[in-house]
Design a protein around this ligand. Structure first.
Ligand SMILES: O=C(O)CCC(=O)C(=O)O
Ligand SMILES: [Fe+2]
Length: 344
């Protein structure tokens, strides 16, 4: 088979290359050897903690303890929230709809294609969770026709809104329990988040003819508060603990939740913002839909005073979500690269 000569760039994206019969990945997607996934550093099939939201009703204390342990030892866990099947289905359909309908994506790493950059939902405090009150902004739509956009919005908005409402509810419940796990009032972390926002993003990872040379998404920590991810059953997400990368086995109808940077900072390092990455598969496409539950961009984030005393100095500086502030903790902010600053 002739190799498809590809000139990949931000506009064509890797999905377009695959659709055109790519058999060898273009050089720009090939990772230097030090950044590739090395087999002997991968621990296959390890069970990360699985948390059942139903346990919250039967024994809140134990639930909080389990959650707190998972967040401090791993920083990532899977969550069952029964009775949410329809919503999960909606989220999945939404992701697929976005991705299959539009195949022009910007490139991040090999594979990951960020659909339309993001569906950004702002649900202001006090606003009803019902879809009609959430504001949907879809960026980067200029390239599509008006009719397509209208159809797309009408279809996706309902699905995505109910998905977001459900995930938002889940994030609030988890945030309360995480507060309690730190010995704080249950609304303490939510208060620190201020007028929080949720960003919904769907990721599309096409099959890769040379999966050992590429990554779907580079290793990173998430810059926000709490990330709630829903994936299909293909797998490829890995979390790092020490030098090892742990394969996260997909569990049907479970969310994957990870602690992100701002929660690590607020808890002065007790909860861990875990590094994670995504591998690509030789013959399967993977879809995920990711909800970033983030503090307001206006609030100053720093270790909560409750955790600071002479024996426990602050491990992080306060941050502002402003580009010109130099002591920004967050590594990636709106795609801009800033430095992760730790005092010690
Ligand atoms: O697609 C995934 O499984 C991970 C996505 C992710 O880590 C991200 O979008 O930040
Ligand atoms: Fe991430």
């Amino acid at each position: 088979m002739p190799s498809f000569v590809a000139n990949a760039n931000e506009h064509t994206g890797v999905k377009a290359l695959m659709d055109n019969g790519l058999v060898t990945i273009p050089g720009c997607y090939i990772k230097p050897p030090s950044h590739r996934a090395v087999k002997h550093l991968i621990v296959p099939g390890v069970e990360i903690p699985v948390i059942d939201m139903a346990a919250l009703e039967s024994d809140r204390e134990e639930f909080v303890q389990t959650l707190c342990m998972a967040s401090s030892e791993w920083g990532i866990f899977q969550v069952f929230d029964r009775g949410e099947d329809e919503v999960l289905y909606g989220g999945g359909v939404c992701a697929s709809a976005v991705l299959y309908k539009y195949d022009t994506f910007s490139r991040d790493s090999y594979g990951v294609a960020r659909s339309l950059s993001a569906l950004l939902f702002k649900q202001r405090k006090g606003a009803s969770m019902a879809g009609k009150t959430s504001v949907l902004q879809v960026n980067e739509l200029d390239q599509f026709g008006f009719h397509e956009i209208a159809c797309f919005l009408g279809y996706c908005r309902r699905l995505a809104s109910s998905y977001v409402s459900s995930v938002k509810h889940l994030s609030q419940t988890l945030l309360s329990a995480l507060s309690e796990g730190l010995g704080l009032d249950s609304n303490c972390l939510a208060k620190s988040f201020g007028d929080s926002e949720m960003i919904l993003r769907s990721n599309y990872y096409p099959p890769c003819p040379n999966p050992d040379l590429a990554l779907g998404m580079n290793g990173h920590t998430d810059s926000g508060g709490l990330t709630i991810l829903f994936e299909d059953q293909v797998g490829g997400l890995q979390a790092r603990k020490g030098d090892l990368w742990y394969d996260l086995k997909p569990i049907k109808n479970a969310f994957i939740v990870n602690i992100a940077d701002q929660l690590e900072v607020l808890s002065n390092g007790k909860y861990k913002s875990i590094e994670h990455r995504v591998l690509v598969q030789p013959d399967q496409t993977r879809l995920s839909i990711v909800a970033f539950c983030n503090p307001s961009r206006d609030v100053v984030i720093g270790p909560l005073p409750e955790f600071i005393d002479e024996q426990n100095p602050p491990l992080y500086r306060s941050t502002l979500y402003e580009e010109h502030i130099t002591n920004v903790y967050t590594k990636y902010l709106d795609g801009k690269h800033s430095q992760k600053l730790q005092i010690n």
